[in-house]
Design a binder for this molecule. Structure first.
Ligand code: 4AD
Ligand code: MG
Length: 431
């Protein structure tokens, strides 16, 4: 008997097949018993009819509990009323293992209860849908870069130089070489690579010892970072805009039904078209003050400020040229206003906040060295980075898009902990 996946069951209409999976649910109705079986690709309703099978097979219904593993064999029959459009009329059931007292029942559970059982919670259909969307979003991101001739450069996770800020470092002893830091970003390394290859990107886990317990912060998250030689601040925003439009279009094209099953309102996603508004930090402050905020020029934007600003627009919005004090050391000073940097954030709509942080990089040896010293970073750890400003330095720019925030936004999931398989936060290292 060919073992098939539920996803492709329609190809076997009228034939006898085996599905290998787990029991999602069951119910009985008169002389008929129904097993709802999931196999990771979908759900299939399986029918046990007493009149056509052996009593042993029929009675397996009794001992099967939620999440028991099983192999079911039967004839595929089209049935418009069944979930997925097909049913299996079972001739055989092979029980692989009986799961006793599976802790997650279809009733409501608190989120901490579920997060403590994240290793099991992944089996529920909503969590599967979110993580399959994450898979599709990652594929779209990689396709964008591939189609646009960016070279993938994998950057190290153990690093000797601080990528962003000393405030949120995880560190570990590294043999005789002192401290190693878990990467906060791959940026410094893709800057080196863009001089070798022109256009590059990295995509990997990044780490921040964030004490914040907001719905937007993880201590381990995935970031995709593009870096382009000879691109300035505006070229940089063009790439970010294209990437975000590309990803959202792909998901709307391929995953509408999945988004709808999450209850996602699609209309804000349909608006994600070029061009995105580009406003200066100065204007952002004025908008916020007009809305009654106490924010002053020089302050960083908080999560609430970002939501207020984003609500002024019907699609993502770029905020650029923040004061240099609230941004990282490697950004190029803005020639029009040296108090600020040539940087931008991209804010997602609907309160999801900053999904991209970006800048043109400081390509001048002396002023970069001065900034490294100003930030009291250890200069010797940056010698290699400063080399890039000695040998063929060019204007270059790049950005980092946070994967989990992007997944949360596209899926319409409130808290980013559901947009990663095993979230790490200040309070969670388990499972
Ligand atoms: O703005 P950030 O800190 O920028 C950088 O790391 C740059 N080196 C990127 C670059 O220019 N190559 O982080 C980039 C993005 C944020 O916009 C956000 O989406 C995400 O990473 N991010 C987080 N996501 C989840 N949890 C956290 N603690 C995050 N911190 C940043
Ligand atoms: Mg940022």
């Amino acid at each position: 008997m060919p073992a098939v996946y539920v996803k492709e069951i329609g190809k076997f209409n009228g034939q006898e097949v085996t599905v290998r999976g787990w029991l999602y649910n069951k119910r009985s109705s008169g002389k008929i018993r129904f097993l709802l079986v999931r196999d990771g690709t979908g759900l299939i309703q399986c029918v046990l009819d007493r009149s056509s099978i052996s009593p042993e097979v029929f009675d397996s219904y009794e001992k099967l509990s939620q999440e028991s593993s099983l192999m079911v064999t039967g004839k595929v029959r089209e049935d418009k009323r069944a979930p997925g459009g097909y049913e299996l009329n079972l001739s055989d059931v092979e029980v692989v293992q009986v799961a006793i007292d599976y802790p997650i029942s279809p009733k409501e559970h608190g989120v901490e209860f579920l997060m403590d059982r994240r290793h099991l919670w992944l089996r529920s259909s909503r969590q599967q849908t979110i993580l399959k969307l994450r898979n599709e979003i990652i594929k779209a991101i990689r396709d964008y870069f591939y189609e646009n001739d960016f070279i993938l450069i994998d950057t190290p996770i153990l690093t000797g130089s601080i990528g962003e800020t000393a405030a949120t470092l995880f560190s570990t002893e590294y043999f005789n070489l002192g401290k190693a830091y878990l990467a906060q970003t791959g940026q410094l390394y893709v800057e080196a690579a863009c001089v070798a290859f022109g256009k590059v990107y990295c995509f990997g886990p990044t780490f921040r010892a964030e004490k914040s317990k907001t719905r937007r912060h993880l201590t381990e998250f995935w970031m995709v970072e593009g870096e382009m030689a000879y691109y300035d601040h505006n070229d940089n925003m063009d790439v970010q805009e294209e990437l975000v439009v590309y990803v959202v279009e792909r998901i709307l094209e391929k995953k509408r039904a999945e988004l709808e099953s999450l209850g996602r309102d699609l209309s804000p996603l349909e608006n994600v078209k070029k061009p995105f508004a580009r406003i200066l930090y100065d204007e952002a402050i004025k908008i916020l003050q007009k809305k009654g905020s106490k924010i002053q020029w020089g302050d960083d934007l908080g999560g609430e400020d970002e939501t207020v600003l984003a609500n002024e627009f019907d699609r993502p919005v770029f905020i650029s040229c923040y004061p240099k004090e609230v941004k990282a050391f490697y950004m190029k000073p803005n020639p029009d206003d040296p108090r600020t940097s040539l940087c931008n954030d991209l804010l997602a709509p609907e309160g999801y906040g900053e999904i991209i942080g970006a800048s043109q990089r400081n390509d001048d040896y002396d002023s970069l060295l001065a900034r490294i010293k100003e930030e009291k970073l250890p200069v010797d750890a940056y010698e290699w980075y400063l080399d890039l400003r000695k040998y063929g330095s060019v204007p270059h720019s790049g950005f980092g898009l946070g994967l989990e925030r992007t997944v949360a936004w596209i899926c319409g999931v409130k808290h980013i902990r559901e947009s990663i398989p095993f979230p790490r936060t200040i309070y969670r290292l388990y499972p």
